[in-house]
Design a protein around this ligand. Structure first.
Ligand SMILES: [Zn+2]
Length: 120
């Protein structure tokens, strides 16, 4: 038995797809809010005292967007693993990852023991 129970996979896939939709919505929301992504901005002679706060806001938003993009990529990778039937196996030792662990952390690519070894 080297396969995940289909029911578990269906649940995880559903969860991942919801997560992906949520992340992508959040990313586009933040990208719209970002003043630096406004194409009209270059012709905008805004008062220079607002520049600094806009800049730090931009850094904060782009850091958050990058973080969300990383998460979305992990979700995407997990979904394609489900697609080709390699989902749920540890990339280090090849063993099945505990389903309880995947329920909490569905984008995990390593089993708990390999991950804790890596952290040391
Ligand atoms: Zn492992």
């Amino acid at each position: 038995m080297n396969q995940f129970p289909a029911d578990t996979l269906i649940d995880i896939r559903k969860h991942l797809e919801e997560e992906k939709a949520r992340l992508l919505a959040r990313i586009s929301e933040l990208t719209v809010q970002d003043p630096f992504s406004d194409p009209d901005r270059t012709s905008d002679n805004a008062a220079s005292d607002t520049e600094a706060s806009e800049e730090s806001n931009h850094d904060r938003v782009s850091a958050l967007v990058n973080e969300l993009k990383t998460q979305a990529a992990e979700v995407e990778a997990a979904l394609s693993k489900i697609q080709d039937g390699t989902y749920g196996f540890c990339v280090e030792c090849g063993k099945m990852i505990d389903t309880d662990r995947l329920a909490i952390h569905p984008t995990a690519t390593m089993c708990l023991s390999c991950e804790s070894k890596k952290k040391k």
